[in-house]
Design a protein around this ligand. Structure first.
Ligand code: GLN
Length: 594
């Protein structure tokens, strides 16, 4: 299918011993006249190297895995020594997904700088070393908000403010912020081509091709090639229509990535190529896989990264995909197996706990263990015997959450884990509920509660802290109950110091860590001495010792609750220490006959 081995390319073989280098990787682009190093005309105005932009659109229907495809492309480019960054452009009107129901939209992913973003940021960070922030996720709402704010300030000088050029200019400015920050920026357009909401984004990227030129922009369209059982064949028509739709908006895709259940034969690739006006080697099969971490290997085998670099006119040297080969081998050959119970509000939708799900799998990768996840309804745990519902689970996890629904059921699961010495991992709300459980059942504070769940509780062991020192902002924060909903959240990365000799310090192997937060309520220090007196260990706090970040139990093999969300920092190649430790503990529990 016209794929070439990069090392056998006549020009490429000469690369290593000719001219410029980036780190120890030669770094060239190829022009028709042969090699050249990146030259002055390829630099941005502030003299950094210009970024090449890959725009990813989706067709036919949603949920084809555009986020994963984008992350995978980033991973493959990193395997060639390029630096990458990402941006997701979401066509909905919410300014950010922070206030959206995770049941509808999937998890809200939090970045170091405290942005509440689309869960695709999680894919990007897990697959590459790129660090996401506010500028990597824009919604239509955010774009419009900015334009309307400017209009109110009188910045448009009495002109009529319109979708073209004002909204599209604002989108282009958002995209071009990334120029110079990496070799390649992968820009994913949310939604499906043909959606009314997505049009300004499509128009903006169409214009960017003209603004930046062919070698600086690439259009990749992800589409579906369905297998029709009755006919016993795959169909290319939806792809043809989707590309036609895109062309009607002025964009001719350069590469088609075709999601399919069955392999797409060469003759079909030729047909798609003919009808969609792309070369045959730009028709890439994206076959369904058992495991998402296999996708980079498949795309590479299909020649996707080679084609991208050819079209963007970048030469990079031989790809090193060995880490992905090793990763997939580890995942496919587990030596052990454990079952972990997750007791949450959203049991039907794994998208709501995407990062959590992945982090548990990563903990399994670190321990060569297949991790089976069993989602258990917290509400069921309120009425049914936890021993029955949790039977056969080697570890129990209560994830983050908001509101009182199912809270008592989660507390029942925690009691069960504590009493039966089953490894317990509580994240954010799961930590707060563990403190409540301990207060009630061990420290004798019968009415212990969080003010989120009962604002009038006489014993608010978890409460809204009015004043605290904000390490990121470098100043005191003052909050109260009347502040608007989003405004009172502690968001993003905060430092935490660990107490020696605890499970936390054993897991992290370091003294100070930084983890991401997304919560409003905190451990109430008024109860700290009493709870510690009864055996609760505060194993992590803010550097000023004011905010309790991690709690543990002394008399238990592994019982840990953390106020932050470690799941936002776990990667398959770098499993998070706490997930690693939790899965190890679950494995030990199983091996001990638990
Ligand atoms: N609802 C709790 C709070 O706001 C916990 C939030 C969470 O689990 N992310 O503090």
């Amino acid at each position: 299918m016209g794929r070439e081995n990069p090392s056998s390319h006549p020009l490429r073989r000469r690369a290593g011993d000719t001219g410029g280098s980036r780190g120890n990787l030669p770094y060239f682009s190829i022009s028709k006249t042969g090699f050249r190093c990146y030259s002055a005309e390829m630099k941005t105005s502030n003299n950094t190297k210009r970024t090449k932009f890959i725009f990813i659109t989706g067709g036919v229907l949603s949920s084809l895995g555009k986020g994963l495809a984008s992350a995978t492309i980033g991973a493959l480019l990193e395997c060639r020594g390029l630096t990458v960054t990402f941006q997701k452009l979401d066509p909905y009107i919410n300014v950010d997904p922070g206030t959206m129901n995770p049941f509808q939209h999937g998890e809200v992913y939090v970045t170091d700088d405290g942005a509440e973003t689309d869960l695709d940021m999680g894919h990007y960070e897990r697959y590459t070393s790129a660090v996401m922030s506010q500028k990597n996720n824009y919604t239509s709402g955010r774009i419009y908000y900015s334009v309307i704010t400017k209009e109110r300030r009188g910045e448009y000088l009495g002109g009529t403010v319109q979708v073209i050029p004002h909204i599209t200019d604002e989108i282009k400015a958002a995209v071009l912020q990334l120029d110079g920050s990496a070799d390649v920026a992968i820009i994913e357009i949310g939604g499906t081509v043909g959606d009314i909401e997505g049009l300004p984004f499509i128009e903006a990227i169409r214009q960017l091709r003209g603004d930046l030129g062919r070698e600086y922009t690439l259009f990749i369209h992800l589409t579906l090639v369905p297998y029709i059982k009755a006919a016993g064949e795959v169909k290319t028509k939806p792809t043809q229509h989707s590309v036609r739709e895109l062309r009607a908006d002025g964009i001719q895709p350069d590469i088609l990535v075709c999601r399919t259940e069955v392999p797409i034969e060469d003759s079909l690739k030729a047909k798609i190529a003919l009808f969609c006006n792309v070369p045959k080697d730009a028709v890439i099969t994206a076959i369904d896989v058992d495991n998402i971490y296999e996708v980079p290997l498949h795309f590479h085998e299909e020649g996707l990264d080679t084609k991208i670099l050819e079209l963007l006119n970048v030469w990079t040297g031989k790809p090193n995909i060995q880490p992905w080969v090793d990763l997939v081998r580890t995942i496919k050959n587990p030596k052990h197996e454990v079952t972990i119970a997750i007791t949450g509000k959203y049991i039907d939708l794994t998208e709501s706990y995407k990062s959590l799900h992945e982090s548990l799998i990563h903990g399994g990768i670190a321990t060569e263990t297949k991790v089976k996840l069993r989602y258990i309804s917290a509400e069921e745990l309120e009425v049914k015997d936890p021993a029955e519902l949790l039977a056969g689970c080697h570890g129990i996890l209560v994830p983050g959450g908001f509101g009182r629904r199912g809270a008592e059921g989660k507390i029942n699961a925690i009691t069960f884990a504590r009493e039966n010495k089953i490894p317990y991992f509580g994240i954010c709300l799961g930590m707060q509920l563990a403190v409540i459980e301990f207060s009630r059942n061990i420290a004798g504070i019968a009415q212990a509660q969080s003010t989120e769940l009962d604002p009038t509780t006489p014993d608010p062991v978890i409460y809204l802290m009015k004043e605290w020192f904000d390490y990121r902002a470098g100043k005191m924060q003052v909050r109260d109950e009347t502040a608007d909903l989003g405004g009172t959240l502690r968001l993003g990365a905060y430092p935490c110091v660990l107490k020696e000799g605890t499970n936390a310090s054993a897991a992290y192997q370091t003294h100070e860590i930084s983890e991401r937060h997304r919560h409003r309520y905190e451990f109430n220090n008024a109860y700290r001495a009493t709870l510690e007196g009864h055996g609760l260990i505060v194993s992590g706090t803010s550097p000023d010792n004011n905010l309790v970040e991690i709690v543990e139990l002394a008399d238990h093999p592994w019982f840990l609750g953390c106020q932050f969300h470690p799941e936002f920092k776990s990667k398959p190649m770098k499993p998070h220490p706490l997930f690693h430790a939790f899965i190890s503990a679950a494995l030990k529990n199983k091996q001990a006959g638990g």
